[in-house]
Structures are given as structure tokens and as C-alpha cells.
Write a protein that binds this ligand. Structure first.
Ligand code: IMP
Length: 204
């Protein structure tokens, strides 16, 4: 009985799950939310040092590409995410191209300047951040997403956060993401909502 209990405990404590990222902040935050039944590993932890191609035309496609790459090559249960800013008046742009909207340099200031220039004089400033997570467990693929709706400001406000935070104001607030502290943003963000679904899925 005692041995059975120990084995069950051990199995629960050590289920390994790979998150296809090297971002230490993302790993730490999601490990905290998953609890101790799952040991979250990053790409470096499994010896994956290559840059996984993100060549699909959709967030779903890219998240699946990354998760499939890890599953095929390393055999671990895993998940991957991809995020984009989707602006209604720009037909969903920059979307899947958010990181490189103004060029390969992935320059956040240049990306925001391009968004502001493309929306110059535009009244419809509705937008949303959307995060897609692709999970592969025992070869079975599942997709989930999370979003936060808001508007694109006419100029940058605030210094916190990263990416498009200074030009994005979430609905229900009169400050940009870059004027919020991290804890506040992490409660309402696209990524937080997608991760909530991942946690529910893993604990089902
Ligand atoms: P990734 O898929 O998490 O690498 O996100 C792709 C790109 O979307 C980033 O390079 C940023 O430009 C943008 N992005 C993702 N999440 C956020 C966010 O929380 N705030 C602002 N920009 C973001």
C-alpha cells in the first residue's frame, strides 16, 4: 500500500512536459501555474539548440510546427505557443508577422511606428492580442487560444512590458499595457487566458 502510494506520487510529480521555448520568464511563470505534478522543461533542457522554423501563415500553424518538431525529434510530450496582434482595420495584420512587421530586425519601436503610420487617420482602432497553444500528448494534437480585446492608441504610452504594449489599451482600462505592472497585465493578458486553458487541459 505504502509502495503503491509512493509510486503514484512519484509518477504524478515527475510527468515531463516540454515547452518549445528558451524564454526563462515564460517557463517560470507557466511552471508555477502547472504546479508540481508536471516538470516543465525548456528547449535547452532537452539539448535542442536549433532555431525551430516558424514558417506557417497562421498562429495555429506555427504553434503546431514548433510542437511537432519537438515531438518528432525528441519524443517528448510538449507544447508551443505563438502570439500575434490582430488589428481589424488592417485585416488582421500584423498577426502572425507581429515580431517582424517592420523587418527581420524584430525592432519593437519600428513595429509600433509602422502600426501607427498604417492607422493614421483611421477611426476603427479595434484590435486584439491572441495566443495560440498547440499541445501534443502521446502524439495527439490539441489547439487552444486566449485573447484580450482592446484598441490601438494614437501614440505610445508607458515604458513597461515589451513588443506592442505601449500602443495597446485593453478594453475596460484607460491605460496601455505598458503602463500596467506585470502582475496586473498577467491577470488579463492573451497569454494568461491561453495558459489557463492549458492548465485545465493538463489537469483534466
Ligand atoms: P511570441 O509568439 O510570444 O514570440 O510573440 C510574437 C510577437 O508578438 C512578439 O515579438 C511581440 O512583437 C508581439 N507580442 C507577443 N506578446 C506580446 C505582449 O504581451 N505585448 C506586446 N507585444 C506582444
Amino acid at each position: 500500500m505504502a509502495l503503491e502510494f509512493l509510486l503514484t506520487e512519484q509518477k504524478q510529480t515527475f510527468m515531463k512536459l516540454v515547452f518549445a521555448t528558451n524564454n526563462a520568464n515564460k517557463l517560470k511563470e507557466i511552471q508555477h501555474k502547472l504546479g508540481n505534478k508536471i516538470e516543465l522543461l525548456g528547449l535547452k533542457d532537452i539539448g535542442c539548440n536549433e532555431d525551430i522554423p516558424e514558417t506557417a501563415p497562421t498562429l495555429e500553424g506555427n504553434a503546431l510546427l514548433k510542437a511537432q518538431y519537438v515531438y518528432n525529434k525528441f519524443g517528448y510530450d510538449c507544447f508551443a505557443d505563438d502570439t500575434g496582434l490582430e488589428i481589424d482595420a488592417l485585416n488582421g495584420e500584423p498577426g502572425v508577422y507581429s515580431a517582424r512587421y517592420a523587418g527581420e530586425g524584430k525592432d519593437a519601436q519600428a513595429n509600433m511606428d509602422k502600426v501607427l503610420a498604417n492607422l493614421d487617420g483611421e477611426k476603427n482602432r479595434n484590435a486584439r492580442f491572441r495566443t495560440v497553444i498547440a499541445v501534443i500528448i502521446d502524439g495527439k494534437k490539441t489547439l487552444m487560444d486566449g485573447e484580450v480585446k482592446g484598441t490601438i492608441l494614437t501614440k505610445k504610452k508607458g515604458d513597461e512590458g515589451f513588443g506592442y504594449d505601449p500602443v495597446f489599451q485593453p478594453d475596460g482600462y484607460d491605460i496601455s499595457f505598458a503602463q500596467m505592472n506585470l502582475a496586473e497585465k498577467n491577470k488579463i493578458s492573451h497569454r494568461a487566458h491561453a495558459v489557463e486553458k492549458l492548465v485545465a487541459f493538463m489537469n483534466r
